[in-house]
Design a binder for this molecule. Structure first.
Ligand code: F6R
Length: 248
């Protein structure tokens, strides 16, 4: 997997935001929508901040942008403080001119017996929009992409996933302890992610160094779902020096 290493997350995020902005403008010049797959968590925050700056200072418009987020906790109310819907509004959507209705986040409020239908509709909506032009990813300490935890198959689609203990532990600070942390999430599948025409994965900090090494240099394995990106013809890892520190 091609890997670009930057001195820090800020430099790296600027480069990724520039690629996204170029894509949005190219689609605008063709009179087409730009279909983005987006991630939450700490890693993409600096990319979103840079996109907001470009909107304010460089006239970057999001009028033709349509987005599909990777995942949402389940169950989860959209206005809840930990919801990914709220995260996306606060970190990006409320600060740019993306039309309401153009952004999509999996629905954490559904009855359990409605989730499978919803998952099919979510994938169908991505297809109907023309497929993902660009997918932004973070990576879990256990190699998850979206919430495709270890054991997820390469042909998996959008579905309800049981969260790993390590994933719940990492999130527990936001939920006031492990017992209050959701056990499940709705996530796009590995196949949904690999279907994007371009995939860019972000990783910052030493904590991600071992899993980055496995994903880039190890075998393609369900033990480290990010390693599936080795099979993608147009994937890029954008990482800082700390996350690169175990690459040989
Ligand atoms: C979030 C997501 C997750 C995160 C991953 C890394 O939408 O899909 O896979 O990208 O857990 O999270 P951070 O960036 O907080 O280290």
């Amino acid at each position: 997997i091609p890997t670009h290493i930057y001195a820090d997350a800020k430099d790296a995020s600027r480069a990724v935001a520039q690629e996204i902005a170029d894509l949005i403008r190219q689609k605008q010049s063709e009179g087409k929508p730009c279909i983005l797959g987006l991630a939450t968590g700490s890693s993409p925050k600096t990319v979103y901040a840079e996109l907001i700056r470009m909107h304010r200072e460089e006239g970057l418009s999001f009028h033709n942008v349509v987005t599909f987020n990777l995942d949402e906790y389940y169950p989860m109310e959209p206005d809840s403080i930990q919801s990914y819907w709220r995260f996306m509004r606060e970190q990006l959507f409320d600060h740019v001119d993306i039309p309401q209705g153009n952004y999509h986040v999996p629905d954490g409020t559904l009855r359990t017996d409605k989730v499978a239908d919803f998952a099919k509709q979510y994938e169908a909506a991505i297809e109907a929009a023309g497929g993902l032009d660009f997918q932004l990813l973070g990576i879990g300490g256990n190699g998850h992409i979206g919430f495709n935890e270890p054991g997820s198959l390469i042909n998996s689609h959008t579905r309800l996933m049981m969260l790993d203990n390590s994933t719940r532990a990492a999130a527990s600070g936001d939920f006031g302890g492990l017992p209050k942390t959701p056990r499940k999430a709705i996530t796009m599948g590995v196949a949904s992610i690999l279907g994007a025409r371009r995939v860019v994965l972000l990783a910052w900090g030493e904590r991600k160094a071992p899993v980055i090494r496995g994903a880039v240099e190890g075998n393609v394995t369900e033990v480290n779902p990010a390693s599936y990106l080795q099979t993608h013809p147009n994937a890029l890892f954008v990482i800082d020096e700390a996350a690169a520190s175990e690459l040989t």
